[in-house]
Each structure stands twice: as C-alpha cells, then as structure tokens.
Design a protein around this ligand. Sequence first.
Ligand SMILES: Cc1ncc(COP(=O)(O)O)c(C=O)c1O
Length: 384
Amino acid sequence: MILAGETINLDLQKLPSPCFVVDQEVLEQNLAILNQVQELAGVKILLALKGFAMFSTFSLLNKVLAGTCASSVDEARLGREEFGGEVHTFSPAYSQETLTQILKLSDHVTFNSVSQWQRFKPFCAQFADNVQFGLRLNPKHSEVSTPLYDPCASGSRLGITPEALANVDMAGINGLHFHTLCENDSFALERTIGAIEKTFGDYLASVDWVNLGGGHHITKPGYDVEHLCQTLLNFKNRHQVEIYLEPGEAVALNAGVFVATVLDIVHNDIDIAILDCSVSTQLPDVIEMPYRPEVVGAGRPGSKEFLYRLGGSSCLAGDVVGDYSFADPLQVGDKLVFTDMAHYTMVKTTTFNGVRLPAIALANGGDCRIVKDFGYDDFKNRLS
Ligand SMILES: Cc1ncc(COP(=O)(O)O)c(C=O)c1O
C-alpha cells in the first residue's frame, strides 16, 4: 500500500511530475466498508462524481456501488456510459436544454425549487415511465462549520425550505433529497434525520425513496459504521422508504497522493521551495477551504529543523501550500508527496496560467501504471 503514514512504497523517480497516484488497494478497502453499509442497512450507495470521477477505476467501483450521482449533463453521461447502474441527477437549476438531455441519461432527477418543478412538470410527464422525480429539501439544520460547504447556511440557495414547500401539490414526486453534511459523522446524520422528520415528517409518508446526499465520512478511521447502519435502519423502518447515500469523498478517502518536484529554492524572510505544481490550479481546495495538506516526512513549523514555505509555479502570489519543516534541507529535484489527494482534486484542476494538468496514475500492489497524461492540446482546447 502506498500510504502507511510516513512510508511510501512507490518509485517516485519513475513517475511523471506532477502526478496524482491513486491506490487501488485503498479504494478496495473503502469499498468493503461501503458494501458493509449497503448490506447491513439495506441502502444503496452511489458515487458522487463531483468528488471523484477517475473513470479508469469505475470497473472496480461499480462492482459494489449502485451507480453514480451527477450534477450536470456531462457527469450524467459519464455515469451512464462509463459506470453503469443507476444515474441520479440533481442540479441547482436546469435549462430546458440541459434537462432534456439529463432526462434521457438519468434514472432519478431531483429539482431544487418548487418553481422549476412546476415549470417542467408537464414536460417531465412524458419521461415518467423511466425516470423518478425528487425534490431537494432544506431542513435548515446546519452541521457544517465552514460556510462555503454548508448547504443549510442562512440564505443558502440549495434546497426547498419548509415555508416554500407548504401547500405544494406533491403529485408526480417519487422521492425526497437532502444534502446537508460535509465530512460529518453518523451522529450528525442522526440529528439531521431528527430535523428532517420534525420539519418534513408529513411528506415522508408520500414518497418511495429518500436520498440522504453526501458528506458522510464513512471510511474515515473511527467512523461509527454500526451506528450509521442502525440509524439508517431505524429511519427506513419508521417510513418504509428506500434509502440512497451519495458520498464522493468517502469513496476515495486516503486513496491517492499527489507527487510534485522541487524546482528551485529562494529566500525572502523564509526559505521558499518552488514546486512544479500549482496549488491554485491543481489543489484548489487547499486555498478555497482553506486547509493544510499533509506532506510525507514533513511536519508543522518548528517540529523539524529545516523550515520551508512550499509554493507553486503559477504567477498567483497566493499560490502557496503552507509552511512545512523537514529533517533535512530540501534539494532541487526532491519529490514531495501530498497525502489524501484522490478526491476533489483531479476533478477540479484547471489550466490557468498554462500550468499543465498533472498526470494520473493507478497503483496496485507493486505495479504503478500511468493512465493519463496531458499536454498542450488540453490547454489550447479550452480556448479559442
Ligand atoms: C448534492 C450532493 N451530493 C453528494 C455530494 C458529495 O459529498 P461528499 O463528497 O462530501 O460525500 C455533494 C457534495 O457537494 C453534493 O452537493
């Protein structure tokens, strides 16, 4: 396995740089946990493509997961063509054109507002033999402390509020969708379910399924899988509904690293290592969230002798990972390995500043194969 704490069983010199390396064995371990949840709780789990869409792994993932969840025509198409199983699509708003395509690609289509559902309901009726329809609801119960990731924050555009749902005709609606969590445990889900039942209890009786969204940190060490299963079973028994979960992060948690190379070392108040990657284009969550990724062999400032600021190779002044200390001085050519970089990374990369997209590799035991590398055309094709 690649990622056992500080050790890394990977021939870094043989890899292109920068490069995402996904570990099939960790994906399999995560899948085993998710499969246990499906079997013990009798629920279906979908892969949220927004979090992880490395389709060369789909033939592994689709052996266990029931399908994919999409937020756009292109994600729905990727799910349909490359993953198989069920395709569930939710988007904050559809145009007539995107909805027409999404209806042809999806098994479930969920609307974010009463106005969109009512506007498109007559059109959707002709797809009702093949497509189930849902409404995304907002129970106004926050469990997420970072506002950027809290769909229940005040003023959120995501999900129908209890006030907006009052007196709405539910004919034609087969299910309800909730996505309110982010990296949360099963106790946050239990509290959320309590809020859902309190706020929308009457509506649960009239639907066939409830999709409890993503944000469940199921594969994180220490997550109480037994409590999750019991919570889901109780919910299912109380309401006689089919339950879906659609995690992205939990599927690929800890299943990949990002390898970059030191290109130069400069000094301006602090030693700065300039890497051949870019945080703003290749690991944008580091800046957006923000958070501090772990680097194998490195510690917080002061914990080891040699301190460096790690920065990227775009021209953005803030293209900086953070300050890290190392036991030995860094040298030009050194490889740095960032951990837990499979989810919300390769799906978010851009070619800003002409920074080339990182290669993607798949490791399996001792084998490591480059499944994709990128070039000038990938930059040029986005422009005209
Ligand atoms: C509607 C919906 N479903 C599922 C997910 C996946 O969440 P996660 O990757 O945190 O499990 C998201 C993430 O934003 C989402 O918006």
